[in-house]
Write a protein that binds this ligand. Sequence first.
Ligand code: AMP
Ligand code: MG
Length: 376
Amino acid sequence: MKKINLKTFFLGLMILIALLRPCAAADNLADLTVVHDQKLYKKAAFLMGTILTISVYGNDESIISSTVLKAFDEVKRLEKLMSNYMDDSELSKVNRLAGKRAFNCDPELIYVIEESLKYSVLTNGAFDITVSPVVNLWGFFANSNGDIDGSIPDDDALATVMPAVSYKNIVITPTPDSNLEENTISFKNPLTQIDLGAIGKGYAVDRVIQILKDGGIASALVNFAGNIAAYGSPGERDKWSIGLRDPKDISNIIGAFNITDKAVSTSGNYERYFIKDGKRYTHIIDPRTGFPVSGMMSVTVIADTAIEADALSTGIFVLGDKEGLALMEKLDNVEGAIIFEDESSSVFVRVTEGLSDILGLDLPDDNWHLLSSKKF
Ligand code: AMP
Ligand code: MG
């Protein structure tokens, strides 16, 4: 993406974003536009407490319609597996029982938990699904209205739950005397709890993509609250355009890049937060301190799978700009951008070398600074 074409590019992008904007779940697919012989269809549904939007190019409406509905059903199924809001989900059972005894757990949930443990090791403990009791103390879990009621916890309450926060407290062992597929899960600390909020939607997006591909859909973009994956060619273009959000004003974008056969996840300090005495406390917690990460504004990760992008964007948010960028540069097929601010509210952007090749960037004003990256 050359800078000279940025204006035209952004105009096109704004049109695309307008087209992809989630709408309330409708009974029928919205037939939005026709490009060559391909139509763009879009459908949104409220799942896992947020909006999942599927956009598809194709021309066989009945196949598209049944496949997209199958994809929504799959996410409903996954919600029953991974939700910590539903009392009867498999994860809620784990959270109730694994601190008392070994719990014989669904293999798919074990898979997501084992993937999570992999990213804990990779990020040196920055990504940690056992941060749940601390997230709860800070009031970052949404209530039934989807709102949060955050406050700073007292030191004693935090000190009581902190020993429970470590991915090393999760023990997974093959079930004795049963088929090899089965595993038990137990917690070394009785207060340990698991929250898959930082990885579950990514896994769900990968499953949706698989269902769309299996259904014969040649081109699609899935957007699940900042967890995006896209494949194929949209209409007459080669790739899908993805905007990089301005964390200070989320109705704006500060840049854009094109992808296909890739996943993109953004973790942002604007998702869930509260402000106390002028300071913002956001929902991503440093598991080493039990405190919300401050200074970081957003982390966007591009990877081959949505589960990887989701886990890494959260983990890198905790690692910070320098360690986070180094990790992305080290990993194969991973690129990304980190936006953060200092005490004087200057905003800085760090971009991996690979992303700087394809990113069109248009920083809002002189308060913004692009760090490193020789490509710009
Ligand atoms: P995401 O939006 O994917 O970055 O996920 C953020 C959510 O993950 C939060 O709302 C918490 O429920 C949970 N979370 C917070 N801090 C962490 C962490 N360090 N590791 C894993 N999950 C976390
Ligand atoms: Mg995440």
